[in-house]
Write a protein of this length. Structure first.
Length: 254
């Protein structure tokens, strides 16, 4: 397992948002996390990425306990995420947004950057080259100098994923990547994620309300409801689970 959680929980002012979560995400998997609004899905991502601290339980990544580590350290260890609401630097160029992702891998210190040391300049050139290569890979190379905020919505989603890739993750957390996309864009996103997983040897954990995307893309799924694990298994097992059908799917998924 690349990622495991043990008895993971989080309370807010006495209200239990997540209770006793046990995730087991194998290396290389495409894993889905689904549930109705308020089920605790984004709370899970905030705990895994260090934006929140758990009230109970442990998070293991690559066999190491990372519970309570700050976001920047978790990112350096190899966990990257996107957000439900796109969080790009809209006034920066597309290229600069990707370069931000490389920041956590910089070896040069701030004073070497300020004095423009040769080592810093070499590192900067290498990261610009790698950023352009990533943009070429995801089909955004021609927009490299455009402001990120001026991109079409679907391209902004893709850019946010590209910036996450620049951190060189082993685990990619995607929070509703298909939100706001039309059916054609959603189909393109599915192909895009499958390609990324193969080319970058990624494990992907995705929150998504688009059930057809989840059922068609993910190998394993966990269903949350009011902070509790309702079911876990393959798409077929989830589709046929009576408790899931009653509580969430409303009669099944075609």
């Amino acid at each position: 397992m690349l990622l495991e959680t043990r008895h993971l929980g989080r309370s807010f002012g006495g209200i239990l948002a997540l209770d006793n979560l046990r995730l087991q995400v194998p290396r290389g998997a495409l894993y889905g996390l689904i549930g109705p609004n308020g089920a605790g899905k984004t709370t899970v991502f905030n705990l895994l990425s260090g934006f929140l601290q758990p009230s109970q339980g442990d998070i293991l990544f690559g066999g190491h306990n990372i519970t309570g580590l700050p976001p920047e350290q978790i990112t350096r260890l190899g966990i990257a995420r996107t957000f439900q609401n796109i969080r790009l630097f809209g006034d920066l160029s597309v290229l600069d947004n990707v370069l931000v992702g490389f920041h956590c891998r910089r070896r040069a210190s701030w004073w070497q950057a300020a004095l423009r040391f040769p080592g810093y300049l070499r590192e900067e050139r290498a990261q610009v080259s790698r950023s352009r290569a990533l943009l070429e890979e995801v089909g955004l190379a021609e927009a490299a100098e455009e402001k990120a905020g001026q991109l079409p919505y679907g391209h902004q989603r893709r850019l946010e994923i590209t910036r996450a890739l620049a951190t060189e993750p082993r685990l990619l957390l995607l929070d509703e990547p298909a939100a706001g996309l039309n059916p054609q864009e959603t189909g393109e996103l599915m192909d895009f994620l499958l390609t990324l997983r193969q080319e970058h040897r990624l494990t992907i954990l995705v929150i998504e309300h688009n059930l057809r995307l989840v059922m068609g893309l993910c190998q394993l799924i966990t269903v949350l409801d009011h902070g509790l694990t309702l079911a876990a298994g393959t798409p077929g097992e989830i589709r046929d689970n009576p408790a899931v059908i009653k509580a969430y799917l409303g009669g099944g998924v075609s």
